[in-house]
Design a protein around this ligand. Structure first.
Ligand code: ADP
Ligand code: MG
Length: 753
């Protein structure tokens, strides 16, 4: 029958590879990459292309790496081996003429084939590992493919594929071409609506496969890549848009502002004016809270921009409307800080039932893992009865014992330290889905937010409260003794003026860092890299790794300071995540009360900690930290109207690449500019967090920074499709593509919103 005939010759993405490229080639590809079906091989995209017209510059080839080059045979000689039977063929190839010309030597054992095919002047593609033997560059395990002579048709760019040592580029290329021969519109229906492709001027899928693997010109390959990037962007945005549509379809209890309530009273007593940014973001949030569907909003703003106040006002609005609010903080230190600043800001408004409390007052409670059972029980009861309006806490809030009378709003501080499940646990504590506000001090560009934060609406808090003292940041070269001495003198001078000092180091002990474990470290894999908290185990260390610089520790630094004659009478404290919570709390309280002059600490003081009298921060081994982290850290000083100074001390010499990061931080106070710089320096996988989860990123070709325009376009298209007549289901092929594409990882990733 006709149909059967067609079935036998044409094939599709699911056809077993062996049937198309032959058993041998299949075995090799399967061993190298695990591919089973044609579609997988065709999605093995080239890294780059070789232009046949140009010979590859040999002198600049990376030693020790597998390369594929185009070169011209200079000499070919054969000789018999003395000790063994057989013969060796030695081929020397060269690149361009002229003074820069370089040669590369390679040896084929029993190279009869090479002897037949390669002659002086033959241009061929060679693959192998670049090594150096005496003064010569060599290509070991050489493989080659003679390129069509110039007389043959047009010279096409040659794709260079990601390869394993065993599989030569040419073998992959030949298999791909075989697989490509069966690709046509019929067997490979394009899931993208034709109208969309036309409007966005994108290649059809079959054409894109042809163009990426067998381009006539480089331009074709670029067009193909654009199409595949758009595919990823659209699938991602469709998945996000679906999730958003689902959320918008869910009911939430509206919490509109109420006249004469806590919020009005609070605003009336504020000792300062809200910044325009606080007013604008506050209005966005207030409108969301009044809606009948759950808010899911990210509040991003620079360090010190006053996010906490915006969040607090949202909590008050919810309380006025009969709800409770939970504030989830990443560490106990931060939770305690939040409690204190909220209680302080609310004054009598937070003293329900207490002497001097306002008649409208509510209660603010703290819930952490280290509280005594008796205290805990009290708080649990008050939250369950509805007496507590705001409960601040760490992951202890997630405990199943905590029940709310009427949870209306969940505020998550520094969301990337929490996993998806944890947030869902909290959400599940409310009858209807509560509103959700996520705060982050690591601002990210809009298109990155669209990709990384999925279904979150983004409010950006611009500007800083007026009267904020500037922070001067300087890089201090520790290798110069004069500067080293000066660093400690500056600390001493600050203390002499009655101010306080932070000394931040990268390690707790020789063997422990803050990132080694603990609840704060158990972050959602996907988000950690996203928000620039790379720190000692992220990009910071990656940049400085080879030197193996010994790092200062909390203990050693504190001991050193205490032993210095210069520091006589100066009170030195120590703070890090491994201390017992009581010790942490006591140290923090001592520092706040001015009973400690110099606090030696790890990054536990990074976020939120608010001590107005602290004016100097010295970050020792600053190169061990990421850009965003340094920016966060220095936000701890200069908060009380006092001029702040941040010293970034490093052993790295000037001109070291990792010092550029420090210079960038010293050069600007603009958190957005720094965040962008930070993202640029990260690999894509880090942004999407795949490096943490140890799995390949679901995004194969899409780049969240460079492809910003494509992502924005895809978002628009995705919304139009999902909100359009019939929704995504009206496009069955596309619907299936989204479902196939959203695997488990991706699901978790999307649900971070
Ligand atoms: P963020 O959390 O964004 O880093 P905070 O909310 O901790 O910033 O605010 C930093 C400091 O600025 C706090 O001491 C807060 O009381 C103060 N602050 C907040 N808003 C204003 C404002 N509009 N005017 C003056 N000071 C403000
Ligand atoms: Mg804060």
């Amino acid at each position: 029958m006709k149909a059967e005939d067609a079935d036998r010759t044409a094939f599709g993405p699911g056809t077993p590879l062996g049937a198309v490229i032959g058993k041998d080639a299949y075995n090799k590809l399967h061993k190298g990459f695990g591919y089973e079906v044609v579609g997988e091989l065709l999605n093995h995209f080239p890294n780059r292309y070789l232009e046949v017209g140009e010979l590859t510059a040999i002198a600049t080839l990376p030693l020790g790496e597998d390369v594929t080059i185009v070169a011209e045979v200079d000499t070919i000689t054969q000789r018999r081996m003395h000790t063994r039977r057989g013969m060796l063929v030695e081929v020397v190839v060269k690149d361009a003429f002229g003074p820069e010309q370089a040669h590369l030597r390679m040896t084929f054992f029993n190279g009869y084939q090479a002897l037949k095919e390669l002659h002086t002047g033959t241009v061929a593609m060679f693959s192998g590992r670049v090594t150096r033997y005496r003064e010569h560059l060599e290509l070991t395990h050489p493989q080659y493919a003679v390129l069509e002579s110039a007389a043959d048709a047009e010279p096409r760019p040659i794709p260079v594929y990601p390869s394993t040592g065993k599989l030569a580029n040419d073998a992959i290329r030949k298999s791909v071409l075989l697989a490509l021969s069966g690709v046509d519109e019929a067997g490979w229906p394009d899931p993208m609506p034709a109208e969309l492709l036309r409007r966005r001027r994108l290649l059809g899928r079959a054409a894109a496969y042809q163009a990426i693997h067998h381009p006539h010109q480089l331009r074709d390959a670029h067009r193909a890549l654009r199409r595949f990037r758009y595919d990823e962007a659209l699938l991602l945005q469709l998945a996000i848009a679906q999730r958003r549509a689902h959320r918008r379809g869910q009911p939430a209890v509206p919490r509109p502002p109420a006249a004469g309530g806590l919020l009005e009273r609070f605003d009336a007593c504020l000792p300062f004016q809200l910044t325009p940014g606080q007013r604008a973001t506050g209005a966005e949030i207030a409108a969301d809270l009044a809606g009948t569907h759950p808010m899911n909003r990210l509040l991003q703003g620079d360090v010190g921009s006053g996010k906490t106040l915006v969040a607090l006002r949202a909590m008050l609005q919810v309380i006025d409307a009969g709800g409770q609010a939970a504030l989830l903080a990443p560490t106990e230190v931060l939770a305690a800080q939040h409690l204190q600043s909220i209680t302080r800001a609310l004054g009598p408004l937070a003293a329900a039932g207490m002497l001097g409390g306002d008649e409208h007052a509510t209660r603010v409670d703290l819930l952490t893992g280290s509280m005594t059972a008796a205290r805990r029980k009290e708080v649990l009861l008050r939250v369950a009865s509805g007496e507590t309006g705001i409960v601040v806490g760490t992951h202890a809030l997630l405990s199943e014992h905590l029940q709310f009378a009427e949870l209306g709003l969940v505020v998550v501080d520094e969301q990337h330290r929490f996993g998806v499940e944890q947030r869902d646990t909290l959400r599940a504590k409310a009858g209807a889905t509560p509103h959700m506000l996520v705060m982050t001090a690591t601002p990210i560009p809009r298109t990155v937010a669209m990709t990384v934060f999925g279904d979150l609406e983004v409010s950006t808090l611009e500007g800083l409260p007026a009267g904020r003292a500037p922070i001067n940041t300087h890089v201090v070269p520790l290798a110069k003794p004069k500067y080293r001495t000066r660093l400690f003198e500056l600390m001493r001078e600050e203390v002499a003026q009655g101010h306080q000092v932070y000394v931040v180091v990268s390690r707790i002990t020789e063997t422990a860092t803050e990132d080694d474990g603990g609840p704060a470290g158990a972050a959602s894999p996907a988000a950690d890299g996203a928000a620039g908290r790379g720190g000692a185990d992220g990009q910071g260390a990656a940049g400085a790794a080879p030197e193996k610089i010994p790092r200062d520790t909390v203990e050693a630094m504190a001991a050193r300071l205490r032993a210095m004659p210069l520091m006589e009478g100066v009170r030195v404290g120590e703070l890090h995540g491994r201390l017992a919570s009581e010790d942490k709390a006591r140290t923090m309280a001592d520092f706040e009360a001015g009973r400690i002059d110099i606090l030696v600490s790890t990054t536990v003081i990074e976020v939120g900690v608010d001590v107005h009298n602290a004016t100097l921060m010295a970050v020792v081994d600053a190169d061990a930290f990421g850009i965003s982290q340094l920016h966060q850290l220095r936000g701890r000083v200069g908060r009380g109207g006092l001029h702040g100074t941040c010293l970034l001390a490093t052993w790295l010499e000037e001109g070291h690449p990792s010092r550029a990061r420090l210079d960038a931080v010293a050069a600007t106070r603009d958190g957005f500019a720094l965040a962008e710089e930070d993202l640029k320096q990260r690999r894509e996988g880090d942004i999407l967090g795949s490096s943490q989860s140890g799995r390949k990123s679901t995004l194969k070709v899409l780049r969240v920074i460079q492809d910003a325009d494509l992502i924005a376009a895809a978002r628009e298209d995705a919304e139009a499709i999902v909100d359009g007549p019939g929704g995504l289901e009206a496009h069955p092929a596309l619907d299936r593509a989204v479902r196939d594409w959203v695997d488990e990882d991706m699901q978790a990733f999307l649900e971070r919103g």
